[in-house]
Ligand binder design. Structure first.
Ligand code: PLZ
Length: 463
């Protein structure tokens, strides 16, 4: 089957007022093409409608409205083709509208759209659980449960850990991000914009210092000692159900902990009857050049939360982990109407096939080499880039005031804004808002990635 065979059928295509590509997925020309300024008139109209109809709290990064996406581009309502260096926040890792996902979804949606897995179960949910049990780190007996969003997976991991241990406290880390629901807001570190004014937050959540080598200058063992001391003195293992950590922090600034930090925390958890939860919602599924980032650091989590890349863009999330922990919740204690929806499961089975069999891990490593070399060269020539870090296709640059080393959020925002105006979608992140992160779809061609980085370099030079 060729890519064209699975392209969006004519009757489903989105018509744009301008001539231009209307096919989604991999049939889109892989080019940066600006036919209007950004935003163009159609996008501006839609941005205005959005402002009138959608709650103000729901923001957007790029002032364009998408009509198609695939490979390494997003096409907007005016026919502009923008280079995508964000994958919808690490979701379309295998590429937008990947032909295998499109085919699987089309087949499933015509069979049945929903029965509720808790009412009349179906095979694809079980098959996704089997696949996750197989591909997540560790060869111990595992089980999985499926949910709709990353935050919901995190909530359930905490429920399961509490039930298993009979304890209540949960430790999360400085700069951590785990979601926007009430419990996950409590776990998330940053107040603005995620938490401010939305309290009171869930109780029994404590925060430990993270290893942040660029800023704390500590080796992993020292940073772990500091964190463990806080956990022991301020919480106590007797009260602690779980420690939750992103192996590489996403929203917090793509912070890579120093070597030895994660293994020391995981080891302390094991020795103290505390469930070690790796939140791999952003780092999972080949993104870091390993199937899961825990493998980068040689840790085997007790529980792992996944979402984002798992289903090629359809909403699906999971908790996977040691069978005895996963089975601690009583029958009927876990679930939800839509969790493990059959269309999302069909998409996930197709996506996992692509991750395992179509060279995605190797591709993430190749992209990592390009990103690291290009950003490293920029850093060598420009002291405003204080740090370049990450793994695989998850790389970031941290911007600072060269005189003081202080975070430079306004420079970061200016560079990101200029990139978007030039047709390159980049995302910022970081507790101090001074990090630009690169999360391209692994389907992006090399020349397009280079062109995107050229635009970033020009934007930085002009800023
Ligand atoms: N855990 C590690 O990265 C989602 C959030 C974007 P949901 N990150 C993107 C935003 O501003 O809302 C995320 C994550 C990690 C949990 C989550 C939450 O996943 O699917 O957004 O609920």
């Amino acid at each position: 089957m060729t890519a064209t065979d699975t392209a969006v059928p004519a009757e489903n295509r989105v018509d744009t007022p301008l001539a231009g590509p209307t096919l989604g997925g991999p049939t889109l020309p892989q080019e940066r093409r600006l036919v209007t300024s950004i935003p163009g008139p159609r996008s501006q109209e839609l941005v205005d409608r959005k402002a009138a109809a959608v709650a103000a709290g729901v923001g957007h990064t790029a002032p364009v409205h998408a009509v198609a996406a695939g490979g390494g581009v997003i096409v907007d309502a005016d026919g502009n083709s923008l280079i995508d260096l964000g994958s919808g926040i690490a979701v379309t890792t295998i590429g937008n509208a990947h032909p295998k996902v499109v085919a699987a979804v089309q087949e499933q949606v015509a069979q049945f759209t929903h029965t509720c897995f808790m009412i009349a179960p179906y095979e694809s949910y079980v098959a996704v659980a089997e696949a996750l049990n197989r591909i997540t780190p560790g060869d111990h007996a595992k089980k999985s449960a499926l949910f709709n969003s990353g935050a919901e997976a995190v909530e359930n991991a905490v429920k399961i850990a509490r039930k298993f241990t009979g304890k209540q406290a949960v430790v999360a880390f400085d700069h951590g991000y785990h979601g926007r629901t009430n419990l996950t807001m409590a776990l998330t570190a940053k107040s603005m914009p995620y938490k401010s004014g939305f309290g009171p937050f869930a109780s029994e959540i404590y925060r430990a210092p993270l290893s942040y080598p660029f800023r704390d200058r500590l080796d992993g063992v020292m940073a772990a000692k500091k964190a463990i001391s806080v956990i022991e003195k301020q919480v106590g293992a007797d009260n602690l159900a779980a420690v939750i950590i992103e192996p590489i922090q996403g929203e917090g600034g793509f912070i890579v902990p120093a070597d030895g930090f994660l293994p020391a925390i995981a080891e302390w958890c094991r020795a103290n009857g505390v469930v070690f939860i790796a939140d791999e919602i952003q780092t999972g599924f080949a993104r870091t050049g390993e199937m899961f980032a825990s493998e980068v650091f040689g840790v085997v989590p007790d529980l792992i939360t996944t979402a984002k890349g798992i289903a090629g863009g359809l909403p699906l999330a999971a908790v996977t982990g040691r069978a005895e922990i996963m089975d601690a919740a009583h029958a009927g204690g876990l679930g939800g109407t839509y969790g493990g929806n059959p269309i999302a499961c069909a998409a996930a089975l197709a996506a996992i096939d692509v991750f395992e069999n179509d060279g995605m891990i190797e591709r993430a490593r190749e992209i990592g080499v390009i990103l690291t070399e290009r950003l490293g060269a920029l850093q060598a020539a420009d002291p405003r880039i204080g740090d370049v870090r990450g793994h695989g296709a998850m790389i970031a640059a941290e911007f600072v005031d060269p005189a003081t080393g202080e975070p430079d959020a306004s420079l970061t925002a200016a560079v990101a804004k200029a990139c978007i105006a030039q047709g390159v979608i980049v995302l910022t992140c970081g507790t101090y808002g001074n990090v630009i992160r690169f999360l391209p779809p692994l389907s992006i061609p090399d020349d397009l990635l280079h062109e995107g980085l050229d635009v970033v370099a020009a934007a930085l030079a002009a800023a």
